[in-house]
Design a protein around this ligand. Structure first.
Ligand code: NDP
Ligand SMILES: N[C@@H](CC=O)C(=O)O
Length: 428
């Protein structure tokens, strides 16, 4: 039985987990696929670096081409990250007839269609299960498990780093900076954590989920994005007091073949299952016309959960090799793309205003909501602890994004409003 030979690009957090699983579970893996799986060569940036697992030095190289062009290698597992250079490596690997497994959502969100088209041209597989929600097999679930249904809504806590930060801030009163450092030390954050905290990582994942779920090409530029850097501990405390948890939530919705996708800090009702998703855990809630509500939960980042998905893809590749088939079709656009207009996107909102503490202010404010047809679920006015202003805390009923935008623009010029302190979407 000829062993299946793997070229591993990257031996950081995820790559180390891949080696541990392939070596640790070798007997079980080879009995599943009918031949041993061998990690033949590993590409790293610096071969002199001290590694956390024993690796024989002759396996390591700093030259990706040595692996990509090696005719002995059957599968490239890319867990090094990066976009342009990595894309070139993956396209070249496919041209050399190698199957590809990647955890790289940055690359798949931007160039997934091109990479999959290249794979089809060369009858190769490209699998990318680990690129969204680490250890949760959500990609396979959307492609295979829901192939019979029409998905109308996907809501996801899909970034482990920000969920870890928000949970620690909410439950332990920890500071943003110290928890971000912890998330980096634990291997959850990207090499540049800006993409985590500014919501870009979640947006890339939501673009992938939207594309697969709606069978339409959701591009990164279609996703409206806001990260967690503007959230204060005061906002988190307000959320808790009102019965919500603050989460960075991606929402993708499909209505009459038009979609909308956004990532933004969201107050999730404590009664909603997504509110209980804490720490590095992720969850993806999928609503299908026929199936109704479903939710998938598990670790969203970290060495072993992510490596589990990578190695599962590797097993799928080897099974396909044995069967002489390949199956990378899922990222191609199926339907012409149509975006939902802001008039049709509805949600509840939390709005915190700092206002003059005098008679008639509340009436002026509620009049603006009425003018733009935004109905209010609750309004509370209270003195501000730190200055002479009053605070008005408003929760709206579901209102169109366009109407709420008009209300906020109007507030900018209303003289009784000192500051629009915070605005958050509300779910549940
Ligand atoms: N960490 C996580 O929880 C998750 C990560 N991912 C994705 O997986 C990928 C890897 O992430 P992670 O393991 O955290 O990253 P790390 O930064 O921990 O590891 C990156 C690895 O790639 C190597 N590398 C980086 N650039 C180059 C280069 N130009 N040439 C050769 N080798 C290079 C590094 O070498 P050296 O060791 O010498 O520095 C290192 O071994 C990324 O795409 C990430 O988005 C996906 C899901 C979860
Ligand atoms: N930085 C990412 C890693 C997994 O994709 C995250 O925190 O979710």
């Amino acid at each position: 039985m000829r062993p299946v030979k793997v070229g591993l690009l990257g031996l950081g957090t995820v790559g180390t987990g891949v080696v541990r699983i392939v070596e640790g579970n070798q007997a079980d893996l080879s009995s599943q696929v009918g031949s041993p799986i061998v990690i033949e060569k590993i590409v790293v940036k610096n071969t002199d670096k001290v590694r956390s697992i024993p690796i024989s030095p002759e396996k390591l190289t700093e030259d990706p081409w040595e692996v990509i062009k090696n005719p002995e290698i059957d599968v490239i597992v890319e867990v090094m990250g990066g976009i342009d250079q990595t894309k070139a490596y993956i396209l070249a690997a496919l041209e050399h007839g190698k199957h590809v497994v990647t955890a790289n959502k940055d690359l798949m969100a931007l160039y997934g269609s091109e990479i999959i088209a290249k794979a089809q041209e060369h009858q190769c597989d490209v699998f990318y299960e680990a690129s969204v929600a680490g250890g949760i097999p959500i990609i396979r679930t959307l492609i295979e498990g829901f192939s019979s249904d029409r998905i109308t809504r996907i809501m996801g806590i899909v970034n482990g780093t920000t969920n870890y930060i928000l949970t620690k801030m909410s439950q332990e009163g920890a500071s943003y900076e110290s928890v971000l450092k912890e998330a980096q030390q634990l291997g959850y954050a990207e090499s540049d954590p800006t993409s985590d905290v500014e919501g870009l990582d979640a947006a890339r994942k939501m673009a992938i989920l939207g594309t697969l779920g709606f069978r339409s090409h959701v591009e990164l530029k279609d996703v409206s994005v806001e990260g967690i850097t503007g959230i204060s501990s005061e906002d988190i405390a307000f959320a808790k007091r009102l019965g919500y948890e603050m989460k960075l939530l991606g929402i993708a919705e499909m209505q009459d073949d038009a979609f909308t996708v956004s990532v933004q800090p969201t107050m999730v009702s404590q009664n909603h299952p997504l509110a209980a998703v804490n720490g590095v855990f992720n969850a993806v809630y999928v609503h299908g016309e026929a199936v109704g509500e479903t939710m998938f939960y598990g670790a969203g980042a970290g060495e072993m959960p992510t490596a589990t998905s990578v190695v599962a893809d590797l097993v799928a590749v080897v099974r396909n090799m044995k069967l002489g088939v390949n199956g990378s079709k899922a990222m191609l656009p199926y339907k012409p793309k149509r975006l939902m207009s802001d008039e049709l996107v509805f949600c509840k909102n939390f709005i915190l205003l700092h206002v003059d503490d005098k008679a008639g202010v509340l009436a002026k404010i509620t009049q603006v909501f009425a003018e733009f047809d935004v109905s209010l679920a609750s309004v509370v006015q209270q003195p501000n602890e730190h200055n002479p202003d009053a605070e008005i805390i408003i929760v709206t009923h579901a209102a169109s994004k366009a109407s709420v935008q008009q209300v906020l623009e109007h507030f900018e010029s209303l003289e009784v409003i000192r500051k629009i302190k915070s605005v958050y979407r509300v779910v549940g």
